[in-house]
Design a protein around this ligand. Structure first.
Ligand code: TYD
Ligand code: MG
Length: 458
């Protein structure tokens, strides 16, 4: 008797192997291999849903390069400047965009608002597998949105949805969420790795062949990844994350992958009773609650994509009362903090082993770039010595292990933004200072080492 063919699949990344493995060789996850149902293995590769091409050549015929009509960027503007910027200048026709984020963070609200806005000029189909018709209607009324070109479909059957897309021929489709979609005749429950992957592949084909922009919402797991196979992120054109602390009104939309624009681009929104509102000048908002003369507080001009954001770094150092010293950080990478504490201990004479240390970037944003080092170091020193820094000072610079202050990118942009917001003095790396060509309306203090910075600031 012929032996049944067994396949195992990693739940985290979709890697396949004929043997069960404890650790996935592709993504390194432990204990994620699961037997793949035999009918899926057998059905693999077969198209379950027939996607017709409506506006394009016949499928499967190759073209020569010079036969291909090259149109530059067919983009639709949403009138949400923050949203457009994150996408690289508007919604690209025929693109598949994945939006991830914690439950309740506002993904559905954002996409409903964007879709309604676009519906003024384009035809939009909003598919929800999470809410009912009436729930969406209530939300739209609450947001005071209504539009004739806006179609709503509350269904989870992807075959029906695909048919409806082909009938309506919309310019943009929102699928909320990919985990609720199910494909008839495809084994596995909705939300399983194989269903999610297949559903995404089908939507990808629809997007490409009919030149429809499709936005799919993806839930995020506890580890912060979009649930389902990691390869989902590889399949789509653009991956956006909608982040923020639930109890904070700010939300940040971030591009982590973008085939049509720069990554790490950032858009800031504010969640109000009437939905999401764009924040045009986030620096001002992030700094508005700063207490003048407080110790442990400094301001950094950090770069997020193409945009400079001024944010407040706060440190709190207190003697450890019991046991080992506590360390927590929100909005900054913990490793970076540990490294900076060690550098400060070695080069500036701070004794930090017996100090609890807490760090925070205010406004619920996350900063992740080397240029924030100097501001963190100065806020550590300020809290440790209990001496405030000047309130209209700003700090920019990366710190090396030997205490040197290293050059950072795009210094001119940062200086412009700092001056614009009314800061009087800015500390920057000496190497950057030598390269400056423009004149800025702010006092610039070049520093070469952390010791020199400490001497000049305190
Ligand atoms: P939602 O878009 O449903 O989140 P997600 O799709 O990411 O799960 O947003 C849910 C939260 O947003 C909910 O807790 C209420 C809040 N909210 C507002 O504060 N104002 C509003 O106008 C709306 C529509 C929602
Ligand atoms: Mg939702």
């Amino acid at each position: 008797m012929a032996k049944k063919k067994l396949m195992y699949e990693c739940l985290a990344c979709g890697y396949e192997s004929p043997k069960w493995l404890g650790k996935c060789p592709s993504c390194g996850a432990w204990n994620q291999m699961e037997e793949k149902p035999a009918d899926i293995v057998a059905a693999e590769g077969k198209d379950q849903i027939n996607v017709q091409t409506s506006k394009q050549r016949q499928e499967g015929s190759a073209l020569k390069l010079d036969e291909i009509e090259y149109t530059q960027e067919d983009r639709m503007s949403t009138d949400f400047q923050e949203f457009d910027r994150v996408l690289g200048g508007g919604v690209v026709e025929g693109s598949l965009v994945l939006i991830g984020g914690d439950p309740g963070i506002g993904k559905s609200t954002l996409l409903l608002q964007v879709a309604m806005q676009l519906a003024q000029k384009q035809k939009i189909l909003y598919v929800t597998g999470e809410e009912s018709f009436s729930q969406i209607k209530i939300r739209a009324e609450r947001l005071e949105l209504n539009n004739d070109n806006f179609y709503l479909l509350a269904d989870t059957n992807l075959a029906l949805i695909a048919r409806e897309i082909q009938r309506l021929e919309p310019d943009m489709v929102v699928v909320d969420s990919i985990q609720t979609m199910s494909i008839p005749d495809h084994t596995g429950v909705a939300g399983s790795v194989s269903q999610v992957r297949e559903a995404t592949a089908i939507l990808m084909r629809i997007a490409k062949s009919n030149r429809i922009a499709i936005f799919i919402v993806g839930h995020v797991t506890k580890e912060g990844n979009i649930a389902g196979p990691r390869m989902l992120e590889h399949m789509v054109d653009t991956v956006l994350y909608f982040e923020g602390e639930k109890h904070n009104r700010f939300r940040v939309l971030r591009a982590v992958k973008n085939r049509f624009g720069s990554t790490n681009e950032l858009g800031v929104f504010e969640m109000l009773d009437v939905g999401l509102k764009e924040v045009g000048n986030p620096s001002q908002l992030f700094l508005e609650e700063r207490i003048l003369g407080a110790t442990g507080s400094t301001v950094v001009a950090a770069l997020e994509g193409t945009r400079t954001i001024l944010a407040e770094v706060q440190s709190l150092m207190t003697p450890t009362v019991y046991g080992t010293a506590k360390r927590t950080a929100s909005g900054i990478d913990y490793q970076r903090i540990s490294l900076l504490l060690a550098v400060m201990e070695k080069h500036c004479g701070l004794l930090v082993q017996n100090q609890d240390a807490f760090f925070k970037i205010t406004g619920g944003i996350k900063l992740d770039e080397p240029a924030i080092d100097l501001a963190i170091a100065m806020s550590i020193a300020s809290s440790y010595w209990n001496k405030p820094t000047q309130v209209d000072d700003c700090y920019i610079g990366e710190i090396g292990l030997t205490g040197e202050i290293r050059r950072v990118s795009q210094i001119e942009e940062r200086l412009k933004e700092t001056a614009k917001l009314g800061f009087k003095r800015v500390f920057i790396p000496k190497n950057n200072y030598q390269d400056l060509k423009d004149v800025f309306d702010i006092e610039i203090v070049p520093v070469k080492t952390i010791q020199e910075a400490v001497r000049k600031v305190f």
